[in-house]
Write a protein that binds this ligand. Structure first.
Ligand code: GLV
Ligand code: GLV
Length: 329
């Protein structure tokens, strides 16, 4: 809090101005404008005076950081995933934590479909082929891909994003099977989706797309064994979180053609990419672009801003991940 009574909100990267206009009037904003992520030591220093914090998914919000910010009363992650935040540590200190669900569902589902299509039809490999001057003549067997209609898409994780991918996939004539912690009969009806055990989904799907949050349960959910029971013709898409896949095992399976292809938007040790993946033609690699549209990034900034303003004004925030710390639970 400054002497004028306005709170201080620390934002660890420059966000679209349109999305933080409201917050700028409400609070003093301390925004990291440097190249790249806010260095940890600077973050630890500047969080000292902050009443509110808007971190990126690349910032680790742990007990040490929370102890460095004794005034913190609100944290709004600039992401829907919040595996970067120790929720328990925030709860123990009674700090509400918020995320940005909903506003990035379509953008992320679109990126999953982009990867699905790119890998199935070898779009990126073909672009390279043309740029290398190798397109000499139309040929009946040039760069053949996979048909989609009638094939089976296995969705792992049937939350908002998983469902948005199902909706899109129906338009391509894909049959939908899914696995999630809980069966969801509404989803089954809406998308003619069939619930399968993880094992049956892995064995039976032509394309597998991951839409689970990263938790202790989902870490390395797809490892050597899981890859070994997938079809040799299968394509794996990950727009969720890198550590859900054992990248080393995936790289080996792709190299040995035990799995046909993969499309990845996220990595185990982001922004590092497992070196074995870099020289493979049957994998498409994106730099974590799930929510990367102009409109979505503005809406995420608005939602994060609203969350911080709600909590700092004593209102109930819309998307609180630890509502037990709010006064009325
Ligand atoms: C992006 O990965 C997000 O969780 O918002
Ligand atoms: C995203 O909002 C999800 O819950 O999948």
């Amino acid at each position: 809090m400054k002497s004028d009574g306005k709170p201080i909100v620390l934002i660890t990267r420059s966000l679209p101005e349109e999305g933080i206009k409201g917050l700028r009037e409400f609070a003093h904003l301390d925004i990291w404008e440097g190249e790249g992520p806010m260095p940890r030591d600077i973050l630890l220093e500047r969080v000292r005076n902050a009443d509110g914090l808007i971190p990126m998914l690349s910032d680790r919000v742990d007990g040490h950081l929370l102890d460095s910010g004794p005034k913190l009363r609100a944290i709004a992650n600039y992401a829907v995933g919040y595996d970067n935040i120790s929720l328990d540590e925030a709860t123990r200190r009674s700090i509400p934590v918020m995320n940005t669900p909903g506003v990035l569902t379509d953008a992320t589902a679109d990126i999953a479909m982009s990867l699905l299509l790119s890998v199935s039809r070898r779009v990126v490999e073909s672009d390279r082929f043309v740029r290398e001057g190798r397109f000499k003549v139309w040929s009946p067997k040039l760069l053949l891909g996979k048909d989609l209609r009638g094939r089976t898409l296995g969705i792992i994780g049937a939350g908002k994003i998983g469902q948005a991918v199902m909706e899109r996939a129906r338009g391509f004539g894909l049959n939908i099977v899914y696995h999630s912690r809980n069966r969801n009969e509404a989803v089954e009806e809406k998308f003619s989706a069939r619930y399968l055990s993880l094992e049956d989904l892995l064995r039976g799907s032509d394309i597998i797309s991951l839409h689970v949050p990263l938790t202790e349960e989902t870490r390395h959910m797809i490892g050597e064994r899981e890859l070994s029971i997938m079809k040799r013709s299968a394509i794996l898409i990950n727009t969720a979180r890198g550590p859900v896949i054992d990248e080393k095992a995936l790289s080996k399976a792709l190299r040995e053609r035990r799995v046909h292809g993969a499309g990845l938007d996220v990595y185990e040790e982001e922004p590092k990419v497992y070196p074995g993946l870099m020289d493979l033609d049957n994998v498409v690699l994106l730099p974590h672009l799930g929510s990367a549209t102009e409109g979505t990034r503005i809406e995420m900034a608005m939602l994060a801003s609203e969350g911080v303003m709600d909590v700092l004004s004593g209102r109930r925030p819309k998307h609180c991940l630890n509502p037990e710390v709010l006064e009325d639970g």
